[in-house]
Ligand binder design. Structure first.
Ligand code: GLN
Length: 488
């Protein structure tokens, strides 16, 4: 079998058994990238030499008898807002063009320690602000299912690279849906863990009370495996949680018998495409056939989530992005004095969406408006979180669509930010509440993947994964075949 068709777990198994070498695995992926990357454009930066030498090192250590673990030698990619020592980290922004961090993000370091091989850095919407990759300061990534459609965003390149078999798995970041929504659009599995579950040290900050690192994988077992490698407390991130990390891969079996699922009605109403609604209902029926009990419920503050998010996230972004001044990071613009250095660098370096958010956020935080906008948004956020926690007194999991539509055509929403923001209407509330959620394939609508979102109690990724695994294994129609567009 072609090596790039194996899941990370399968490839890892072959590597352990010595049936294939890390160098062969890397070569197979580099060959695949050479065939499809010109069409998909998932990468901002590739590092074939670095990857090859990492593969040599893995093979040597294995040959010397070292027990390297289940992911050693498996090729992967990182979203370009995760710091990689001595490799460019641009956040798809002109302002960081050429920037090479002197250190690794904690997740980068953990994946290196696990022996995975970094093939490159993937495209995103600038500073992770967007839902289509069209806000990238460089170029848009294309959906491997239909090259005229968006892959979702902001972890666009990571999702597209996994779907197009350019890597075995990838990491992204999710602030309001940026792992789950592109996973849904590209037909792969995307997990946003509980806020605090994964260290953000070395993840370039967008909205610090929401940002979380997440995984993009071919299937649920890979999700558990990669999650296990990156979770856990980190002394370098004070917000990382001390909670014990369960053995996710060992907890996948067990099924859904006895679980109670809530189906919030606010997520299946107006604005949800019929094809998405049908597939989600069918997936819920499949979970019932597998032994779960499902019941309609309500999260009454859902309608306020998007406006709440678009006050809180820009407010935090305006503060986080104040550090880009052309002096400490990135490329300074032409200038006459200090003021024009700041002004010109930021005007030329940031794209329109980032500038819009900085202005909105600065406004919401300014004297006189802080109470009316920012503080009020924080209060509504508490109500949204309480909706969820109340629902979890009754239900083990909540099930919704990941996005109200399938992947939309490139260019369709670029002139209307509100339309773009609506792509995250199902994922943003979960982020505001800090909860874990996975998006997994739930069949096709009009030939394009539909995503099902399964939401869990705080730090209960294990139950989320168990239900996702049961559905994936028990309802074969949910699995997406390989996309034809890039050459299956
Ligand atoms: N699309 C949302 C935004 O533009 C979410 C982004 C994210 O999760 N990073 O803010």
């Amino acid at each position: 079998m072609e090596l790039t068709r194996l899941t990370a777990r399968e490839l890892g198994g072959q590597l352990i058994r010595g049936e294939v070498s890390a160098q062969e695995a890397v070569q197979a992926y580099l060959d695949r990238i050479a065939v499809v990357e010109a069409r998909v454009q998932a990468f901002l930066q590739r590092d074939p030499e670095g990857a090859s030498s990492q593969a040599v090192a893995v093979d040597e250590r294995r040959a010397a008898g070292e027990d390297m673990g289940p992911l050693a030698g498996v090729p992967m990619a990182l979203k370009d807002n995760l710091c990689t020592r001595h490799l460019p980290t641009t956040c798809a922004s002109r302002i960081l063009e050429g920037f090479r961090p002197p250190y690794d993000a904690t997740v980068t370091a953990r994946l290196r320690a696990a022996g995975t091989v970094l093939l490159g850095k993937t495209n995103l919407d600038e500073f992770a602000m967007g839902s289509s990759s069209e806000n990238s300061g460089f170029f848009p990534t294309r959906n491997p299912w239909d090259l005229e459609r968006v892959p979702g965003g902001s972890s666009a390149g990571s999702a597209a690279a996994v779907a197009a078999r350019e890597v075995a798995f990838a990491l992204g970041s999710d602030t309001g849906g940026s792992v789950r929504q592109p996973a849904a659009f590209c037909g792969v599995v995307g997990m946003k863990p509980t806020y605090g579950r994964v260290s953000r040290y070395g993840l370039v900050a967008f909205a610090s009370s929401l940002d979380q690192v997440g995984t993009l994988t071919r299937d649920v077992a890979d999700c558990a495996l990669v999650l296990a490698a990156i979770c856990g407390v980190d002394p370098l991130d004070a917000t990382s949680a001390r909670e014990a990390v369960p053995d996710f891969p060992a907890l996948l079996e067990g099924g859904v018998r006895g679980l109670t699922l809530g189906v919030p009605r606010e997520y299946l109403g107006q604005g949800v495409e019929p094809g998405v609604r049908e597939n989600v209902r069918r997936a819920i029926a499949a979970l019932e056939d597998l032994g779960a009990r499902a019941e309609e419920c309500s999260l009454p503050h859902t309608e306020y989530a998007l406006s709440t998010y678009y006050l809180i996230a820009p407010a935090e972004a305006s503060s986080n992005l104040a550090r880009y001044d052309g002096i400490r990071y990135g490329r300074p613009a032409a200038h006459d004095d200090l003021l024009s250095l700041y002004g010109n660098t930021r005007r030329e370096g940031f794209g329109p969406e980032v500038r819009r958010r900085i202005m909105l956020g600065t406004y919401a935080l300014s004297a006189g408006y802080y109470d009316a906008y920012y503080l009020k948004a924080l209060r509504v956020r508490t109500l949204i979180r309480q909706d969820f926690l109340r629902a979890f007194e009754r239900y083990d999991l909540l099930v919704t669509p990941t996005s109200p539509t399938v992947a939309f055509p490139l260019g369709e929403r670029t002139r209307d930010p509100l339309q773009m923001y609506l792509a995250d209407v199902c994922t943003v509330p979960v982020s505001l509440a800090g909860l874990p959620a996975v998006s997994l394939p739930a069949g096709l609508s009009g030939g394009l993947p539909v995503g099902l979102q399964i939401i869990g109690r705080p730090f209960d990724e294990a139950t989320v994964l168990r239900a996702a695994y049961a559905l994936e294994q028990g309802a074969f129609w949910t699995r997406t075949p390989p996309p034809e567009e890039v050459g299956a």
